[in-house]
Design a binder for this molecule. Structure first.
Ligand SMILES: [Zn+2]
Ligand SMILES: [Zn+2]
Length: 366
């Protein structure tokens, strides 16, 4: 039976979200209705609200969420009502070459980036017509209808607020370390930018056994947080970062992660690396941004720059894996959540993100 849901909706102008009712239709074939329990407030939403990325509107924002399956459409076999699930914001088509190669993050058949279900429609509407779920999940809503390939079952004893973070920031950050860079134990690493995803990179490096782990940020509170998640050294941005990193790592890091998406820090990433080092681009800039690098220096010193999207993850494999690591005490995800807020406090949570004053806000639904 169709239902209404309170949701945080972006109407396409300005950076304020309207918390209002939308209609949610029943799940179609291969789709599931999820009652959202928690949604993280993650950086990609801010890019959209601040006009840096364009989207179809109106859009239910939120892409980092977890909840419980309430109903399954015809033909659904992966999950059943009552299952605890984490939502993936890049549902795989399971038919394209990338999917066949086990690279769900590189799927070319998904319509997630168009904010559409596989059949090219959505199950959300309001009086004005179609409403789009951001990245086909739209987690800042009491209910979401997603393809079953976007709903990944995890153990029910993972708290929902923690589970929501696995849906984006943790997978993005830890995955950049273990899937994209494949950092070996004992490698020296530096992380530039210690927001939610940057701290997840630090956690991933600690998990992988990197040493030293150098965290760089402008804010002392974020550096303190980075130390609590495993950073062995911290450097305050603004001074001679490359010189300090070279000293701590005895000549440059083996791996350097940029987790801001800012041109200046992307351009300086190679200067943090030792010969043969690998720079990993995790932070996402606004659309159309270009960066300049010293190509001769990069080539002569045999350095590599790689991109990392969604931590190179296969959510159906990585979400349960990360959940188990959390349950085993190997990923301190509770400490990452600095604020639990209500849906109607969503605009304040984005303002705090813009000001850089919070580690991570999570919207918790009743
Ligand atoms: Zn995110
Ligand atoms: Zn695919």
């Amino acid at each position: 039976m169709p239902r209404t849901a309170l949701a945080a909706v972006h109407d396409g102008h300005g950076d304020r979200l309207a918390v209002r009712e939308i209609r949610v239709a029943d799940p179609g074939p291969g789709e599931v209705l999820v009652r959202i329990a928690a949604s993280g407030v993650c950086g990609s939403d801010r890019h959209v609200l601040d006009g840096e990325w364009s989207l179809p509107t109106p859009t239910v924002m939120g892409h980092e969420g977890a909840g419980v399956v309430e109903a399954a459409g015809p033909g659904v076999t992966d999950v059943a009502p009552g299952d605890t699930v984490i939502l993936s914001w890049y549902y795989p088509c399971r038919r394209c070459r990338a999917c066949a190669a086990g690279k769900a993050w590189a799927c070319t058949g998904t319509r997630a980036n168009e904010c559409l279900l596989p059949d090219g429609t959505t199950r959300l509407s309001d009086a004005g017509g179609v409403v789009y779920p951001y990245l086909a999940v739209g987690t800042m809503s009491e209910y979401a209808v997603v393809p079953e390939s976007a709903a990944i079952r995890v153990p029910a004893d993972v708290p929902m607020d923690v589970a929501s973070l696995i849906g984006c920031s943790i997978t993005t950050g830890v995955g950049a370390v273990v899937n994209n860079a494949r950092v070996p134990a004992g490698a020296g690493a530096v992380v530039v930018g210690c927001g939610g995803v940057g701290l997840a990179v630090v956690m991933g490096l600690a998990l992988a056994g990197a040493y030293p782990i150098v965290a760089v940020d402008t804010a002392e509170e974020k550096l303190a947080a980075a130390r609590s998640f495993g950073a062995t050294h911290t450097v305050r941005a603004g001074g001679d970062v490359a010189g300090e990193v070279a000293e701590i790592t005895s000549g440059g890091a083996d791996y350097a992660f940029e987790v801001i998406g800012r041109v200046g820090t992307i351009e300086s990433l190679p200067s943090l690396l030792t010969t043969g080092g690998v720079g990993v681009l995790v932070g996402l800039p606004p659309q159309g941004v270009r960066a300049g690098i010293d190509v001769l220096e990069l080539a002569e010193s045999g350095k590599t720059l790689i991109g990392s999207n969604y931590g190179g993850a296969v959510p159906s494999l990585d979400f349960p894996r990360l959940a188990r690591l959390y349950l085993a005490g190997r990923l301190p995800l509770d400490s990452l959540i600095s604020h639990r807020v209500r849906l109607d406090e969503v605009n304040e949570a984005f303002d705090a993100m813009r000001a850089g004053t919070r580690t991570r806000s999570v919207i918790v639904f009743d």
